[in-house]
Design a binder for this molecule. Structure first.
Ligand code: BES
Ligand code: MN
Ligand code: MN
Length: 457
């Protein structure tokens, strides 16, 4: 076992330099001007996977951004197959002016590597490429079969992988999926996420007059779409976070006493947590604990409002249009399509006839829950324990990973979410970073996982 571990211990500087190269490619999936960068990032990764000793490495074109595939399928007969998933696309880096160093110029400060995508998810997915490489370069073989599928539309709610999975079931068939795209509790306490929230993202577009109007001449006679938007948003949930859309909670699976008990043991230090956010106080449904509210209860949030005059000084205008971007995080067994329908119906009921309202569903993902007693979970626990000196805690996470429920539904494959990020990595935010000691420990943990999983099955 010591060979691959020694191999990676001697190559930490190379592993850092390679990750920096990956992070220099601005693969922002949601912005059309980065389309070529997406292809470049996919090609770069396929090349690295090939160098690592994976076979059949290729960039697969889709109607959206390409997928990257590679495998190594020569393990002893009877050995299981691990499907590694990750994403090479990143969130937009805006607002640029809030970055201390440029988002696509990865810089090490202290123990952290700063760049967009450092933690979410380039640094984390690359961990597994390096682990496979260490094994193949030292032992010439792996203890299990592995397949990699890495996508470029995770952050933009795209559906290319969702369409690819049911059409390529044999290519992707596996005994378990392994994903590093979540966070640990703190630098020394690993965590395995066994539940993720789903989500549905809605676009709301309101039109009043055909063009902007003088608010003195027309105010009082023509309704203002921005005011109407405010009214609509105000009626979607109450002050404590309870969502007022009729039927919204009908399919919510109640939290069992056993699960509430498990979640109550989660070591969240609320003071530290609050301090990291910079908010004046915590908030939410009073009958649920903070941990429950963050991972096991649905939410509704406005992400952006566009409309009217926002330049310096004042301009007296009745705007023609108003727009909002709103998402709802979902829990088992809420269905994104059905929730989108309920949302649209309710908005249709409360919107006045004095404006035109259009409601569009953008992205959707199902929530997922995984049995934490399967052999791969035990292998992951033991791998973490060998490297971090501590067993992981099991937790539910509030974020979403659409692919997890697709693996469950189409491939019948459960996923181990073996994360190496930290809660204050500032993913999706300026100054995203990755804690480098856990990048290196992550590679070692992945090596141990492959060995432990072979033993566990
Ligand atoms: N890696 C995140 C999911 C995540 C967030 C895990 C926070 C752990 C902590 C993933 O890249 C992500 O951001 N997903 C999107 C999905 C959406 C665009 C459908 C999300 O949760 O907003
Ligand atoms: Mn991610
Ligand atoms: Mn993300």
């Amino acid at each position: 076992m010591s060979d691959p571990i020694q191999y990676v211990q001697h190559r930490e500087q190379d592993h850092l330099a390679e990750l920096q190269e990956f992070l220099r490619i601005p693969s922002v999936s949601t912005q059309p001007e980065h389309k070529e960068d997406m292809l470049e990032a996919a090609r770069w990764l396929a090349q690295k996977m090939d160098e690592a000793g994976l076979e059949h490495c290729r960039v697969i074109e889709t109607s959206g951004h390409p997928l990257v595939y590679g495998d190594w399928l020569h393990a002893e007969s009877g050995a299981p197959t691990v499907l590694v998933y990750g994403h090479y696309d990143v969130q937009p880096a805006e607002p640029f002016e809030l970055w201390e160093t440029p988002p696509f110029d990865p810089v090490v400060r202290g123990a952290y590597l700063y760049a967009r995508g450092a933690s979410d998810d380039k640094g984390q997915v690359f961990i597994h490429v390096k682990a496979v490489q260490a094994y193949l370069k030292t032992h010439g073989q792996l203890p299990v079969n592995v397949k990699f599928i890495v996508e470029g539309e995770e952050e933009s709610g795209g559906s290319s992988l969702g369409a690819f999975i049911p059409q390529n079931m044999a290519l992707l068939s596996a005994d378990v999926a392994l994903v590093s795209d979540t966070a640990m509790v703190n630098p020394n306490q690993p965590a395995i996420v066994y539940g993720l929230r789903g989500m549905v993202y809605m676009l709301l577009d309101l039109t009043g007059p055909a063009h902007d109007l003088h608010s003195g001449s027309y105010g009082g006679g023509i309704n203002n779409p921005l005011n109407v938007l405010g009214h609509i948003i105000a009626r979607l949930k109450d002050e404590s976070g309870f969502i007022l859309i009729p039927g919204f909670y009908d399919k919510v699976r109640p939290l069992s006493e056993k699960e509430r008990e498990i979640l109550s043991r989660f070591p969240l230090d609320e003071d530290v947590w609050l301090k990291e956010t910079g908010a004046p106080m915590a908030w939410g449904e009073p009958q649920y604990t903070l941990v429950e509210r963050l991972g096991a209860r649905p939410t509704l949030d406005v992400h952006g409002i566009i409309g009217g005059y926002t330049g310096p000084g004042s301009k007296t205008v009745l705007p023609s249009k108003a727009h909002a971007k709103i998402s709802m995080r979902l829990v088992p067994d809420q269905d994104p399509q059905e929730i989108a329908r309920l949302f649209e119906q309710f908005v249709g009921e409360i919107a006045p006839p004095s404006v035109d309202v259009s409601v569009t569903m953008d992205a959707g993902a199902l929530a997922s829950i995984t049995d934490y007693e399967i052999p791969a979970m035990k292998a992951a626990s033991s791998a973490y324990a060998q490297v971090f000196g501590r067993e992981p805690v099991f937790m539910r996470e509030g974020g979403s990973l659409p692919v997890i429920s697709q693996f469950q539904q189409h491939l019948g494959v459960e996923t181990v979410l073996m994360g190496f990020g930290l809660p204050d990595d500032r993913i999706h935010s300026p100054n995203e970073r990755f804690y480098l000691p856990n990048y290196y420990r992550g590679i070692q943990t992945s090596i141990h996982f492959l060995a432990e999983y072979a033993r566990a099955t």
